[in-house]
Ligand binder design. Structure first.
Ligand code: PLP
Length: 484
């Protein structure tokens, strides 16, 4: 790194991004490029000699930007949001600029300690009980994704259970429970930690509970497994499921988990952000039963990729599954291992970025009040969109909105109306092909559902109004003219 050119080159990048953000609304939200386009455009090998930054940025604009789906477009309503903010960017810049690697406390004491502080701050904001704070015997860590966090909790639960069973063959008896709405990461994670695929139970949910999982279905499955000599291991509860934004009954599931000595993980990857607002706190009712909880500030919390908070009630359970102590990593201070946190033992990888910096900058720039206002703005916009659908007889809201995700489809005229199904698909394709907005879909009970996830950092009411107009326009174009 050359301090003589550092500032000027970095400024070029900031200027480039300034232009990008000013124009991002004009780009087609979803990229429609053909596969392989970039390989055809770029040289076959790395350049022999270095090139100036402006030439590189020119190619970013010319070759890369057209092939991007613009997650920061205010008209991006697909999947779940992946927020960026000036604060998140500043934090990421500081983290990238300082470029420390806090795998042990000694490897970067302030980075490790800041991580402990921000996860405690976040735990308090979302309303976790004291047992998830360092002061209460628990603690938190920042992972890159929920998927990584889940694998770590599964490994911790597995080892805790195996210590009670005879020998390692016990792993063949362990069973993981999730709902048909849980994220696919639980199935993948269970496989990674060695749970036999046949021991992964998918418990059905139904429209009656808004597709949230309740205790009864789990209890029946657990009883049946115990009767066949299996051992319940791990139960996943979700606050804000990926497809529909459904909320499982954490208390109900917590009671089942406690009764059968299962590890309870609460996945609040998306919904967790809303829990900083008192009006959503009921979604965490029963959270005291959980062994671990996770949420993604990189979704709807103004924190640039990547950042997932994982909290555990028993750090020892996590570290006994994940710690390694080669001599070259021993803390090079007199501090005993019990006095400091070595985050390498809370995750799979060794090297890790200084993620705490960006979450800290976000929390300080917005404060709790600013963050609550941010979340509520999106919830209000989503409510408005839902009300438009409810006032138009052509549409049906599939699941009542909990946070800022609206799920809808064209109303079938009769049971099994395939035409309405096919038309919903056509409307979504037409919306996305227009380039004016990007939404994604889900399928539940064999119904095709359009998902409108409001939550972009630059999304304003005018964008949501435009999206509603676009939905109506495309609905008219597929031959359904009248709204009420
Ligand atoms: N859990 C839920 C409920 C999600 O919605 C998602 C992603 O959308 C995930 C887990 C996976 O998160 P990540 O991409 O951070 O692994």
């Amino acid at each position: 790194l050359d301090p003589e050119t550092f500032a000027a080159e970095s400024r070029e990048v900031v200027d480039f991004l300034d232009g990008y953000y000013r124009n991002v609304e004009r780009y087609p939200v979803r990229s429609d490029v053909e596969p392989g386009r970039l390989r055809a455009l770029l040289p076959k090998a790395a350049p022999k000699n270095g090139e100036p930054m402006d030439a590189i940025l020119e190619d970013v604009q010319r070759h890369i930007v057209p092939g991007l789906t613009h997650w920061q477009s205010p008209n991006f309503f697909a999947y779940y949001p992946g927020n960026a903010s000036t604060a998140g960017f500043a934090g990421e810049m500081l983290s990238a600029g300082l470029n420390v690697v806090p795998f042990t406390w000694a490897a970067s004491p302030a980075a490790t300690e800041l991580e402990g502080i921000v996860v405690d701050w976040m735990a308090k904001l979302v309303g976790l009980p004291e047992r998830f704070l360092f002061s209460g015997g628990g603690g938190g860590v920042l992972h890159g994704s929920t998927c990584e966090a889940v694998v770590c909790t599964l490994a911790a639960a597995r080892d805790r259970a195996l210590s009670r069973l005879d020998g390692h063959e016990g792993i063949l008896r362990l069973v993981v429970y999730a709902s048909d709405q849980s994220h696919s990461t639980f199935q993948k994670g269970a496989r990674i930690v060695g749970i036999p695929p046949s021991n992964f139970r998918v418990i059905p949910t139904s429209v009656a509970s808004g597709y949230g999982l309740t205790g009864d279905g789990v209890r029946d499955a657990v009883e049946a497994d115990i009767a066949s000599g299996l051992v319940p291991l791990y139960l996943c509860a979700t606050v804000g499921t990926t497809g529909l934004g459904a909320v499982d009954s954490v208390r109900d599931l917590g009671e089942v988990a406690r009764c059968y000595r299962m590890w309870l993980h609460v996945d609040a990857a998306y919904g967790g952000s809303a829990l900083i607002c008192p009006e959503f706190k009921d979604c965490f009712d029963g959270i005291e039963f959980a062994d671990s909880v996770s949420m993604n500030p990189h979704k709807w919390f103004l924190t640039n990729m990547d950042c997932c908070c994982l909290w555990v009630a028993s750090p020892a359970a996590l570290t006994s599954a994940l710690s390694s102590n080669p001599e070259y990593l021993n803390n090079v201070t007199e501090k005993s291992a019990t006095e400091v946190v070595d985050y390498k033992d809370w995750q799979m990888a060794l090297s890790r970025p200084f993620r705490a910096m960006k979450l800290w900058v976000v929390l300080r720039r917005y404060g709790a009040v600013g963050m609550r206002a941010y979340i509520r703005r999106h919830v209000d916009m989503a409510r408005w969109f839902e009300q438009q659908l409810e006032g138009d007889e052509r549409f049906e809201v599939v699941v009542p909105r909990r946070f800022s995700l609206v799920t809808f489809r064209l109303r079938p005229r009769h049971k099994g109306d395939d035409a309405a199904e096919a038309l919903s698909r056509k409307v979504l394709m037409a919306i996305n092909s227009s380039g004016r907005a990007f939404m994604t879909h889900f399928i539940v009970d064999n119904k095709f559902v359009i998902r409108m996830a409001v939550g972009g950092a630059m999304t304003e009411m005018r964008h949501v109004r435009d999206a509603w107009e676009l939905v109506q326009e495309k609905t008219r174009e597929v031959g359904i003219p009248l709204g009420v």
